[in-house]
Design a protein around this ligand. Sequence first.
Ligand SMILES: [Zn+2]
Ligand SMILES: [Zn+2]
Length: 240
Amino acid sequence: MSSLPQPAGNVIIHTINSRIANFYLLETGSGVVIVDTGFASAAPAALDKLIRLGYGPRDVRLIFLTHVHADHVGSAAQLRRATGAPIALHRADAAKARAGFHTMPSGRGLGGKLFEHAFNGLHLKMSFEPFEPDLFMDENSTLREFGLDARVLATPGHTLGSLSLVLPDGVSLIGDAMINQLRVAMPMYGEDNALACDTLRKIHALRPRLVYSGHGAPFTGEQIARYFEFKHLDPEQAGV
Ligand SMILES: [Zn+2]
Ligand SMILES: [Zn+2]
């Protein structure tokens, strides 16, 4: 595709597209960690990819969820049944997982506010198969016991329980803290937009080399820096 740098070490990151969302299969050298699960229709694509890579369902060691939104957890319950792997997420997003739905978080900017009011005014819900988390993770949890050399970063804002994964050599998976749809930017929605800006500063301070997000192609730390210059990270201004 592009000349983006690839992750170093023995971790290989495979992207699976679930309509507008991405999720990831990470080959760790001692199995597989799944990061997010796409919409409810995505489980067959994940299981098919596993088999193509030469693994069986039982080689999945963990299902790690960056946050509980329907486009990221829609297949979590199905994939747990198929693989036997535990589901990990942040405690602050657990209620949405148990409920099996969420409303649209607060919109940012004019476009986000219009969409939020239209969506919630119609009393629409984003629903998915509910599930009980197996493990809670937070800042500085590690995934080493699941075969992945990665630490967890608490990156709240988009949801209060949003998490990111920091791999060695400047590679991060950040869920929807920042997305790459029209361009690299914060999404139009967040449960706490001021916190979302703090989170972006935190991710920027990592000086990441390569970032995988929930939407769009991977991007570089330089692209995040350009967004900083452009928006000055004003919570009202930030957004697509
Ligand atoms: Zn989201
Ligand atoms: Zn998303």
